[in-house]
Design a protein around this ligand. Structure first.
Ligand code: NCD
Length: 303
């Protein structure tokens, strides 16, 4: 069903597509990777913006499946530094690779790439807009820890305005009618209207609050996010909100036993290291799921 497709936003995937990827990822983890699934395949990995987990887990996934990667991390050594356009860069890699993974600071860039390229394009984060493959691994983590994606209470905390991670996650969770979303943000970092309309339009329950501590006892997943310093036009405005939510270990005393704290990482102020030893902390295990989930997606698109 996913063969040959572009993945630009999480809305490009149906619930069945998502379920297929999560099932395949679990199978890869249990039974091992099919080492020749991508034999002879070259994947273009174009990271115009910094990345650790997304790039390395994608590239590891390609290698685990027997494929090869050709690409760059940062544009310094490329013709982008000579002024080559984004579109021309994509046209060239389209002629070299069997699929393109692209991260870029501008919203809409992955869609532009898909319009220019014939090979499948996977969005690895386009500015503040979307991050669909992060959402797949987030759903994998939620399903693993909660046993389900429906009937939950999932809180997203922090920079819901600029965070492509909560945008994609909120839209994906709106497929699950009995999962309530709690959006925790200060006035200046609230969820954008396009995401709000999409989620409310799907008919799911959303609560918007500013206080984090009071919602902790009621949630199954506490999804913390980094305040996106690089998206602010004013440093002073960033300074005002950069540590608006800081999760302290004692705040977790009131949490449900099976509640899990998640985060796409990197973290800055919002989760101090003192939380890491809590049985609720799940962000490092969550990140580990990036390889099987991205391998499952690549196998579905490319085989
Ligand atoms: C996120 C991103 O790049 O949007 N990181 C990631 O992909 N794991 C979150 C962030 O940078 O805050």
């Amino acid at each position: 069903m996913l063969a040959g497709r572009d993945i630009i936003t999480i809305e490009d995937m149906s619930v069945q597509d998502i379920a297929e990827v999560l099932e395949t990822a679990a199978r890869f983890e249990q039974e091992g990777y099919p080492h020749d699934a991508l034999e002879g395949v070259v994947v273009g990995s174009l990271f115009f913006e910094p990345s650790t987990r997304t790039r390395l887990s994608f590239e590891t996934a390609v290698k685990r499946l027997g494929g090869e990667v050709s690409g760059f991390s940062g544009t310094d050594g490329t013709s982008v530094a000579k002024g080559e356009s984004f579109e021309d860069t994509i046209r060239i890699v389209n002629g070299y690779a069997d699929a393109i993974i692209v991260r870029h600071p501008e919203a809409g860039s992955a869609l532009t790439a898909a319009e220019v390229a014939d090979v499948p394009v996977i969005n690895a984060g386009d500015g503040p807009a979307d991050h669909p493959t992060q959402t797949l691994l987030d759903l994998y983590a939620i399903q693993r820890t909660q046993g389900t994606l429906d009937g939950l209470v999932v809180a997203m905390v922090g920079d819901l305005k600029h965070g492509r991670v909560p945008h994609s996650l909120a839209k994906a969770l709106s497929h699950f009618p009995h999962t309530k979303q709690v959006w925790v943000a200060p006035e200046s970092l609230r969820m954008p209207n396009d995401v709000r309309s999409a989620v409310l339009g799907a008919g799911v329950e959303v609560e918007e609050v500013e206080d984090m501590a009071s919602i902790i006892p009621n949630v199954d997943v506490l999804y913390m996010t980094r305040v996106q310093a690089e998206r602010f036009t004013s440093q002073a405005e960033y300074e005002l909100v950069k540590d608006v939510y800081v999760l302290q270990p004692k705040m977790l005393d009131s949490a449900k036993e099976n509640m899990r704290v998640m985060h796409a990482l990197p973290r800055r102020y919002e989760i101090p290291e003192s939380v890491d030893s809590s049985p609720h902390a799940y962000y490092f295990e969550q990140a580990r799921g990036g390889v099987p989930v991205r391998a499952a997606l690549l196998a579905a698109i490319l085989t």
